[in-house]
Design a protein around this ligand. Structure first.
Ligand SMILES: C[S@@+](CC[C@H](N)C(=O)[O-])C[C@H]1O[C@@H](n2cnc3c(N)ncnc32)[C@H](O)[C@@H]1O
Length: 197
């Protein structure tokens, strides 16, 4: 990540398709299919430079509309290339270059499904410098933007899930204590919740 000089805490890296290291996106598409989820609206935190979720969801057999976010300029660049090469995808897949910790609910529709696979992986003091949201804030905000009976998914294999400090596990525990959500259980590497009300 780039230094706290008042600039955005962007991700100066590029994540290519590496499902052996990080299977969350592949398992997510499998979960959509296993649950017959089509023609729905999805918020996806962390597109990667491969854009697998957006590309797969745009296929005629799925037609899920995906709003993805990346904090990596290099990954946004591959989205621009994808859009230019395959404009038909634009109807179903939009990517924002930004910081999820600066989300504004006024700019978000309601979602049927939200992915928070990379919770706690990237939030740090550099985000504090511009009063960014916390991981719990983001989880609550996106829960607010999830429809009743919609789903919110986490990735317990993330290095940030079970670590000693600032773990996603602790954020999820605090979140589920105060929100009317039901823990449905694991699907492959993903932990799935349903919003009850
Ligand atoms: C390790 S990559 C994983 C990408 C993909 N989900 C996968 O598993 O192949 C982490 C992703 O999180 C994104 N990211 C990191 N910090 C972010 C932030 N503050 N806001 C939004 N996205 C962020 C990166 O741009 C990158 O796409």
């Amino acid at each position: 990540m780039t230094a706290g000089d008042g600039k955005m805490h962007y991700w100066d890296a590029y994540w290519d398709f590496r499902p052996d290291d990080c299977p969350c996106d592949v398992h997510f598409v499998e979960w959509l299919d296993a649950n017959g989820i089509r023609d729905k609206t999805i918020y996806h935190f962390g597109t990667g430079g491969h854009h697998l979720v957006g590309i797969e969801c745009a296929r005629p057999e799925r037609r899920n509309a995906v709003l993805g976010i990346t904090a990596a300029p290099q990954e946004y660049e591959t989205y621009i290339e994808l859009a230019i090469e395959r404009p038909e995808i634009l109807e179903f897949y939009n990517v924002v270059f930004g910081d999820i910790y600066m989300l504004n609910p006024k700019l978000l529709p309601e979602f049927d499904v939200v992915t928070l696979f990379h919770l706690c992986e990237f939030r740090g003091e550099k985000n504090d410098a511009y009063d960014a949201l916390t991981d719990l804030d983001v989880t609550n905000l996106l829960t607010d933007r999830t429809r009743i009976d919609g789903h919110i998914l986490f990735f317990p294999s993330s290095y940030a899930y079970d670590r000693a400090d600032h773990s996603a596990k602790d954020v999820v525990a605090a979140w589920e204590k105060h929100r009317d959500v039901e823990r449905l259980g694991m699907f492959e590497s993903l932990l799935v919740y349903r919003k009850r009300s």
